[in-house]
Structures are given as structure tokens and as C-alpha cells.
Design a protein around this ligand. Sequence first.
Ligand SMILES: [Zn+2]
Length: 255
Amino acid sequence: MMIDTHSHIYLDAFDQDREQIIERASRSGVFQIILPNIDANSINALLETESKFPNMCKALMGLHPTSVKADYKQQLDIIEKQLNSRFFSGIGEIGLDLYWDKTYLKEQKDALAIQFKWACKLNLPVVIHTRDAFSEIFDVFDKVYDPRLKGVFHSFSGDISDAKKILELPNFYLGINGVVTFKKSSLPEILSETGIERVVLETDAPYLAPAPHRGKRNEPAYLTLTRDKLAEISGLSVNEVNHITTQNAQKLFNL
Ligand SMILES: [Zn+2]
């Protein structure tokens, strides 16, 4: 049994067949799906999907770095109100993204530091998105690191030294998805060096579908393909990979 720790099945890419998606996920052994928020505009769809499938889906709340613009303080006010209004399983997704746009790096760093503080105050894990920004994210960590912080570097895309730095932080995990099945991915080599003891599984659906579905819409049922690849890399059985990654996810998100 597996947990998909990162999936956006509340997006309209799934409006036509969300129930079948959930059914297929269950049949393939996925018993829990974590839904990270994006920004103020995605909250309604996120909460609606969670309340329709309350056993399967757990919502997170946070402001995604690509949505950090000039109005980020107003966005953060909305996110904070949500966090104070009910329980969420974590703060996410948050982070730094310099791939799409570097204009708001300063604001992205500020939004990240603010959300780290909320995570400590509320004792919640953080789900971190990092794209082309590992050195900048470690800058933020150096400035605001608090030993109470725990979380996952979702869709981990760094090199071996980034992976080692993350694993030096107690209570941090690597989120691994379909990218590990891509032909030119460096993840198999990195993971054979680090081991998978601190890995959690994710799809990042509808994005990053694993081979042989690469380029198509991703869905939680495809988590098996990523899991199978991790078994191949680590030399462990699929049951052992299920066990390790599920325990990590349950511990991190208090499931
Ligand atoms: Zn995401």
C-alpha cells in the first residue's frame, strides 16, 4: 500500500473523471493522496475535492513560489486565514522557482521564510518546491532554520551534494516521482548512493507522468511505476519500498 504525497487531482484536468481516478488509485494500492495548494485561486477546488473523498485525500495549505508576485502579501493573508480556520496536514506547496521567472526572487524568499515560521508555530510539515534554486533555498535555510522544521523536498531535482545536504537536516525527506523513470534522469545514480530510507513517493499529477506515459496526463495510479523503479534501483522488494515510503509519509504528515 502506498501514499501519493503530492498530487493536484483537484485541478480541472480531472473534472471529467475524478471518481474513476480515485478508484484506479485504490485498485493500484494507493490509499492516501496529499493535495498541495497553489494559491488563493485554487483553494475552492482543493477543499471541494478533499471533502468529496475525505478518507483518501488530505489537503495542504500554502502559496506556491510561481504565484508569488507583487500582491504576495494579500495572497499570504488569504492562506493564513485558511490555516487558522481548520486543520491542514501541512504547509505547501512553498519554495523557490527561478526556472520560470526570477523577477520576484526577493518576494519568493520572503514568502518562504514567512511560511516556514507558520509551519514551526503550527507544528506542521512543509512541502518544498525547488526549481533551479538549490543554492538560494539553502540561503533561506541558513537564515531562518529552526530545528522544529520538518518536510519534504518535493520532486527532488538537485545533484548528489544537494541530496546529502537535505539528508543532513533531520526530519527532511526526498520526494521522488516519475522523473526517476526518465531515460536521462540522474536520480537513479543519486538514489543508489543515498539509499531510499528517507524517500517518499509522489506523482505530482497531472504533471511528470512516469515512463511509458511520459508527456501524458499523470494520475495517482501511476505511482506503481515510480515505486517499481525504486525497487529496481535499491534492490529491495516492492513490498519493502511500499513499507519504507509509506512509513515515512505517515510519520511526516502525521497520518
Ligand atoms: Zn505540485
